[in-house]
Design a protein around this ligand. Structure first.
Ligand SMILES: Nc1ncnc2c1ncn2[C@@H]1O[C@H](COP(=O)(O)OP(=O)(O)O)[C@@H](O)[C@H]1O
Ligand SMILES: [Mg+2]
Length: 432
C-alpha cells in the first residue's frame, strides 16, 4: 500500500514552547494510520514567511494550525487563498468580523448569562481629524450626545470599562463610581469601549478548546504576573475537582457551543462563577489563546496532545471546512426562541449542533481506533530530556532577568514531574 504524507503546516511565529513541543511530539509518536484503505504518515512542517506565487498558490498541507495570521496579513492572504484545499484552524474571516461585542450579543440571544454591557463610541477622534479625506462637519453631526453618568447608573457599579476589541487586559479599568467612569473614559482614547457590569465571583474558569476538546482550568486573575495566573496559589499548582460535575459539564458545553457557532477550533473562553452560582462568560473571542508552557505549566502537555490528536484526525480524514461560518445560526436561533425549553435544555440542543459541526463522535472513534497507544508514546516524549530542554529554553526566552531563571526552571520542571507521575498513574489504571 502506497504511503501518503499527511502534512500538517505549523504557523506560530511568536511562541517557542507550543510549536516546538507540538512538532517534536508529532515526530516522536510518528503516526502512521491506515484509514479507509489508504495509509497515511502524519508529519509537520513549519510555515515560514516567504514570497509565494499568488496565482499558483498550492497547499501541500492537509491541515494548518494558524496562530498569528491576525498579526501578519502576508500569511493571512495565503491562508485565505488556499484555505479551501485544507483544514485551516483558525481563519481570520471570523476573528476579524466577530469581536467581543458581537459575540456578547449573539451568546446573550442564545441564553448564556452575559453581564449587562453597553457599547460606547470611541472617546477621541484625533486620528480621524488628522485624516485629510475626512470631513468632520459631516461625521460629527451624525453623533448623538449621551450621558455617561446615566449609562453608568444603568449598568451599575462596580463595572469594567474595556476595549470592544482587545486582549491581554490592555485598557481594561475597573470603575467604582461615576467620577471614576468619566475619568477612565476620558483616558480611553481612540478605541470603542464597553461598559460591563462587574461580576462578584467565587471562581474564574478559563477553558481552552481544541476542536471538540474543552479543557477548563482555574484562573487566578489577582496574581500579579500573567504566568502565575494558572497557579491555584503560591504553593499549589493545580486543584483537581475545583468544579462540580455539573459546573464542568456546563462550562465545557458553553465553550464548545461558542467555538462551533463561529467555527473556532482553537479559542479560549473566560467564565466567572458568581456567588449566585450562575456561570457568566466574559471573554471568549480569542484568536490566539495563551498556550505557553510558562503560563499553562501542568496543563501544557494535555493541550499539546489535544492539538496533535485533533490535527492528526483532520489531516488523515481530510476534513474540510466551510467558510460560511454562519450557516448553522438559524438552527441555533430557532432553539433560542423556543420558550418551552429551559436554559439547560437549550445548552443540550446547541451541543448537538456543535458535536455535529466538529464531528465529535467520529473524532472519538478515530482516537480509540487509531490513536490507542498515543497517550503512552506521548508520556515517553514528555518524560524525555528533549522535552525538559524545551522547558529550560522557554524559561530562557520568557524570563528576562538571568538570575531568576534557575529557580524558574526548577519550578516548571517540578510541576512537570508531578504531571508525569499523575499521567503514569492514569495510564496504568486504564490498563487494569
Ligand atoms: N464583567 C466582569 N466582571 C469581573 N471581572 C471582569 C469583568 N470583565 C473583565 N474583568 C476582569 O478584567 C480582566 C480583563 O478583561 P477581559 O474582558 O478578559 O479583557 P482581555 O480581552 O483584555 O483579556 C478579566 O480577566 C477579569 O479579571
Ligand atoms: Mg481576558
Amino acid at each position: 500500500m502506497k504511503q501518503l504524507n499527511a502534512l500538517i503546516g505549523v504557523m506560530d511565529p511568536n511562541s517557542y514552547s507550543f510549536r516546538v513541543a507540538f512538532e517534536k511530539l508529532l515526530a516522536f509518536v510518528d503516526p502512521k494510520v491506515k484509514y479507509k484503505k489508504k495509509s497515511y504518515h502524519v508529519t509537520s512542517r513549519r510555515i515560514a514567511t516567504r514570497p509565494y506565487d499568488i496565482l499558483h498558490a498550492e497547499c501541500p498541507y492537509k491541515a494548518i494550525i494558524n496562530r498569528g495570521a491576525h498579526w501578519n496579513p502576508h500569511h493571512n492572504s495565503f491562508f485565505m487563498t488556499i484555505g479551501y484545499q485544507t483544514y485551516l484552524l483558525n481563519d481570520m474571516i471570523t476573528f476579524e468580523a466577530i469581536n467581543k461585542n458581537t459575540s456578547y450579543g449573539h451568546m446573550y440571544k442564545l441564553g448564556l448569562h452575559i453581564p449587562k454591557t453597553i457599547a460606547l463610541p470611541q472617546q477621541s477622534y484625533k486620528k480621524l481629524k488628522k485624516d485629510s479625506k475626512a470631513i468632520p462637519e459631516l461625521i460629527f453631526s451624525e453623533h448623538e450626545f449621551f450621558s455617561l453618568e446615566e449609562l453608568g447608573e444603568e449598568v451599575g457599579y462596580p463595572a469594567f470599562l474595556k476595549p470592544q476589541s482587545g486582549g491581554g487586559w490592555v485598557g481594561v479599568v475597573k470603575v467604582e463610581s461615576p467620577e471614576e467612569l468619566v475619568e477612565a473614559y476620558n483616558k480611553s482614547g481612540s478605541k470603542p469601549m464597553n461598559l460591563q457590569k462587574a461580576i462578584d465571583y467565587r471562581e474564574f474558569v478559563r477553558t481552552v478548546g481544541v476542536g471538540p476538546q474543552m479543557m477548563p482550568m482555574h484562573y487566578n486573575a489577582s496574581a500579579e504576573h500573567s504566568h502565575d495566573r494558572y497557579m491555584r496559589s503560591e504553593f499549589e499548582a493545580v486543584e483537581f475537582d475545583f468544579l462540580t460535575a455539573e459546573e464542568e459539564d456546563e462550562i465545557k458545553k458553553i465553550g464548545k457551543i461558542i467555538n462551533s457557532f463561529y467555527g473556532w477550533d482553537h479559542n479560549s473562553c473566560e467564565a466567572l462563577i458568581g456567588h449566585d452560582n450562575v456561570i457568566y462568560p466574559i471573554d471568549f473571542a480569542n484568536a490566539y489563546p495563551d498556550s505557553t508552557l510558562t503560563s499553562l505549566h501542568f496543563h501544557f502537555p494535555t493541550l499539546v496532545k489535544s492539538m496533535a490528536k485533533w490535527l492528526i484526525f483532520c489531516a488523515v480524514t481530510e476534513k474540510k471546512r466551510s467558510y460560511n461560518f454562519a450557516r448553522n445560526w438559524p438552527r441555533y436561533f430557532e432553539i433560542a426562541e423556543d420558550s418551552s425549553l429551559s436554559y439547560k435544555q437549550k445548552l443540550d440542543k446547541y451541543t448537538e449542533i456543535a458535536d455535529e459541526y466538529f464531528e465529535t463522535q467520529k473524532f472519538d472513534e478515530f482516537c480509540s481506533k487509531y490513536l490507542g497507544s498515543f497517550d503512552e508514546k506521548a508520556h515517553e516524549f514528555f518524560a524525555s530530556e528533549d522535552f525538559f530542554s524545551i522547558i529550560d529554553k522557554e524559561v530562557d526566552y520568557y524570563f528576562n532577568i538571568p538570575s531568576e531563571r534557575p529557580e524558574k526552571k526548577q519550578h516548571y520542571r517540578g510541576i512537570h514531574h508531578y504531571w508525569l507521575s499523575m499521567e503514569e498513574k492514569r495510564l496504568q489504571s486504564q490498563k487494569k
